[in-house]
Ligand binder design. Structure first.
Ligand code: ATP
Ligand code: MG
Length: 570
């Protein structure tokens, strides 16, 4: 189990050593790679990055920071049919936004297509690769199983000359897609299935986002990845556990290159899984394509762009990533820890304002018509340097409908007929009349205020049981507020046999509130600016927002279920 009780330092960062750091420290002590540390983040540009990728980004760039090394950004763009420039651009934006810099080291696996092709020809010449023109099913059936060896393809004994000729013709586009492949000649009886003559080149007559129509053959990911690391001088190739079994193959390829003794050291770690979340790009793409969400950056998505739009900060994601740590064992992290991380950061940094999202009008009957005044309000009780602001007060106000009950039960301490409460930073008010429409719905409350309680201070030591937030009706900024709940109502939407993950979508994951009133301070706020709406949660300005129609997203509610669980455990 990862430990979660690391307290953040003054900047709010939690730094924790992990087993990868230990291994790198050992390599440095042993003087490996001239004591260089060089990592890379290698996304395939076939979708937007998600929070799992953020873990990998923080890990790779974090290692470079810690050891004074470098990190490359390398796009593994070996599959032209699924890759798009839009994804490349979004990935660059997300890495930068998280606060990391690859400087001038932006690479593409496609940069190495020429070199990889040359290497394939070398393998053929060395008798270590052959063209196989059996159909895919036959090749797959010959592969055997983990417990039963495969058997050799009849094409395995082709002469070097014939293989060179066939590969040249594959490259020239003379053959149809799927009609033949180039395979490495390794060992059909190897206990490691990946070593049983893996395919290294296939024919694809597709347009590539960078090389255009130049190539009719493309290297397989497994053939490109290790060599790309090698040619870039990567010292530590950090990847997720499923690649552990590919490691002997990567080493075999580099052994055949016969260039130098240097080898990138591959270190595997457990991928991040979050409950209530699906993380595979294929499934996220399905949600986007089938319009279950409004695009990759929908604030309900676990994508980095979705989290950004939702109001997550780079600091909170980096902190989350440090907190969950790095392990060798697959596990599931509670999504409330991610929510806790953003709450913790915004609690320290977000401007407080008052906003009413479900309004009920209040008329202060003894307050002069046409008068208004400005009251002092604290901007952030956690940070005195953020100062204070003025909040306008006048005869007509809005309070939250939930803060009033006509017939309050015993434990409801907020406003009711005849009761007195404090309006935050303003006055004590008492409810005298409840006004209703013809259908019996409450339309407004008539209250009186005590002028002697200015600032919300008791004039004579008398106590009230509740403090409510409010806004002055004529000064308020009418806004739309988007309230989010989890996208899935099941803890493990992916984990049900014979049931599609989409069956577990939460139909109430988005609620639009169109009649919300905010304190005038929010006027002019820019996209992604953060606020705490007192008592309601943290909110930010959505990119859809305009001066005419401000739009806010609720990032997260105030109640911290993760902290609560931790307190219970202690
Ligand atoms: P997905 O399975 O979600 O589609 P992927 O692994 O195919 O993701 P890549 O673009 O190949 O996505 O991943 C780039 C890097 O991010 C890889 O090094 C991969 O190991 C890492 N990565 C992907 N998903 C996770 C995750 N959930 N946790 C940690 N690292 C991840
Ligand atoms: Mg992948």
């Amino acid at each position: 189990m990862a430990e979660y009780n690391n307290k953040p330092d003054n900047e709010g960062t939690v730094k924790k050593a992990n087993f990868i750091h230990t291994q790198i420290t050992e390599d440095l002590k042993a003087g490996k790679n001239e004591k260089r540390v060089h990592t890379r983040f290698p996304p395939e540009p076939n979708g937007y990055l998600h929070i799992g990728h953020a873990k990998s980004i923080c890990l790779n760039f974090g290692i470079a920071e810690k050891f004074g090394g470098k990190t490359n950004l390398r796009f593994d763009d070996t599959n032209p049919s699924k890759e798009e420039t839009e994804y490349v651009e979004s990935i660059k934006e997300d890495v930068r936004w998280l606060g990391f810099d690859w400087e001038d080291r932006l690479y593409f696996a496609s940069d190495y297509f020429e070199k990889l092709h040359d290497f394939a020809i070398k393998l053929i010449k060395d008798g270590k690769a052959y063209v196989d023109d059996q159909d895919a099913e036959t090749i797959s059936n010959q592969k055997g199983t983990p417990t039963r060896p495969g058997f050799e393809s009849p094409c395995r004994t082709r002469s070097v000359e014939e293989n060179l000729d066939l590969f040249a013709r594959m490259t020239n586009g003379e053959f149809d897609e799927g009609s033949c492949v180039l395979r490495a000649k390794i060992d059909m009886a190897s206990p490691n299935m990946h070593m049983r003559d893996p395919i290294i080149y296939r024919i694809m007559k597709a347009h590539h986002h960078r090389t255009g129509d130049k190539w009719c053959v493309y290297p397989m990911y497994d053939f490109a990845h290790g060599q790309s690391d090698y040619w870039e001088g990567i010292t530590h190739s950090i990847c997720t556990l499923e690649f552990e079994v590919h490691r002997p193959l990567y080493d075999w390829f580099i052994d055949q290159l016969q260039e130098t003794d240097y080898r990138p050291r591959q270190i595997e770690f457990a991928r991040l899984n979050l409950n209530y979340t699906v993380m595979s790009k294929r499934k996220l793409l399905e949600l986007v394509k089938d319009k279950h969400v409004n695009g990759w950056d929908d604030p309900r998505m676990p994508t980095i762009s979705g989290l950004r739009r939702r109001g997550y900060t780079p600091e909170s994601i980096r902190n989350f990533s440090d907190r969950i740590g790095v392990t060798k064992v697959d596990g599931v992290i509670d999504v409330t820890l991610l929510e806790h991380s953003v709450k913790e950061h915004l609690n320290r940094t977000a401007q407080r304002v008052m906003g009413v999202i479900n309004p009920l009008k209040v008329v202060i009957t003894n307050y002069p018509e046409n008068q208004s005044e400005e009251l002092d309000a604290v901007n952030n009780p956690e940070d005195a340097s953020m100062g204070s602001r003025k909040v306008p007060f006048s005869k007509e106000l809005y309070i939250e409908r939930d803060d009033f009950m006509e017939d309050p039960p015993r434990k409801f301490f907020r406003l009711g007929p005849g009761r007195e409460v404090r309006l935050r930073y303003a006055y004590f008010v008492t409810c005298n009349d409840v006004i209703k429409d013809a259908n019996g719905n409450i339309t407004e409350l008539h209250c009186t205020y005590d002028p002697a309680s200015k600032g919300g201070n008791s004039p004579d030591g008398r106590k009230v049981k509740a403090t409510l937030h409010w806004v002055s009706a004529k000064h308020a900024i009418k806004s739309e507020v988007r309230m989010y709940d989890r996208l899935f109502r099941d803890e493990n939407p992916d984990g049900h046999k014979d049931r599609d993950f989409k069956e577990f979508l939460n139909p109430d994951s988005l609620k639009l509130l169109n009649d919300c009133y905010l304190e005038p301070f929010v006027q002019g706020a820019k996209t992604l600016d953060h606020f705490q709406f007192e008592r309601l949660g943290y909110f930010n300005v959505d990119p859809d927002s305009t001066d005419e129609k401000p739009v806010f997203n609720r990032t997260v509610q105030l109640r911290d279920s993760w902290a609560k669980q931790q307190n219970k455990k202690q």
